[in-house]
Design a protein around this ligand. Structure first.
Ligand code: APR
Length: 233
């Protein structure tokens, strides 16, 4: 690995949590297989059938207690703690495995299962139990709490901070994502545009493999610890 890497941006997707036992979205057992996306991950779905949407996320939130971080999450947390330069971990995942592994410099661009968002006042509150529709917001009191998940068609969180970090990056690493969903799938192109080295770690080639300087195929639990060893050597 080049010696002149100072600033790193790492994007993760469902593949990094697969070996912890959480289903990915587009694999054979994908979450979306069980549910039509239109049924559970759009503002229209939430308005049309709040009970179904809340139940879908309640099921996923409840699963978090039964899974734990895997060596890939742990390696990234160790890198975060040890890396002297800038480092930003951007996850598309809504599970809490990165933070449970100890990651600090972390952004959940698609929201978090363990957070509820008030559709009236915009306040986000930590939430670990089930979240029935019409739950009252602890801030404004209105019964408008919803899952704090960025639905298709909604703006992901902290896009300015993410874009700034990528524009300063010397290395951009994409881990466990199919490259099927924008804007995350476009980050590699911004990284290339600013001259960052681009590396993909994935089980299969992603839709964006073409854009990466290097693609390493294999399970994250093997490839990520190996990459962190290279970076910290
Ligand atoms: N190690 C590494 N990669 C893996 C592993 C593994 N053990 N298992 C699966 N993968 C890879 C798959 O090859 C696939 O390319 O992880 C990727 C998972 O892709 P998706 O299921 O599409 O998940 P993701 O890319 O995170 O989806 C992006 O789409 O549905 C929306 O908002 C949702 O954040 C999600 C976004």
């Amino acid at each position: 690995m080049d010696r002149d890497i100072r600033n790193i941006v790492i994007l993760t997707g469902a593949g990094i949590s697969a070996e912890s036992g959480l289903a990915t979205f587009r694999g054979p057992d994908g979450l979306w297989e069980g549910h039509r996306v239109e049924d559970v991950c759009t503002p229209v779905a939430l308005a049309r059938n709040p009970a179904l949407v809340h139940r879908f996320y309640d099921e996923r939130r409840a699963k978090l207690g039964g899974v734990k971080p895997n060596p890939a999450h742990e390696a990234l947390a160790a890198l975060d703690a040890a890396w002297p330069g800038e480092l930003l971990l951007v996850t598309q995942n809504v599970d809490d495995l990165h933070e449970r592994a100890g990651a600090k410099r972390l952004i959940h661009m698609h929201g978090e299962l363990r957070s509820a968002l008030c559709a009236a006042c915009g306040k986000a509150v930590s939430w670990t139990a089930s979240l029935p529709p019409e739950t009252a917001c602890t801030g404004c009191g209105k019964s408008r709490l919803r899952p704090d998940i960025v639905f298709f068609g909604e703006m992901p969180y902290e896009m300015d901070a993410i874009d700034d970090a990528i524009r300063r990056a010397d290395l951009f690493v994409s881990i466990g994502t199919s490259g099927a969903v924008y804007p995350a799938a476009g980050f590699v192109q911004t990284a290339r545009h600013v001259g960052a080295r681009t590396l993909e770690l994935n089980l299969d080639p992603s839709a964006g493999s073409f854009y990466f300087d290097e693609s390493r195929m294999g399970p994250a639990s093997v490839l990520v610890p190996q990459l962190v060893r290279e970076l910290l050597a």
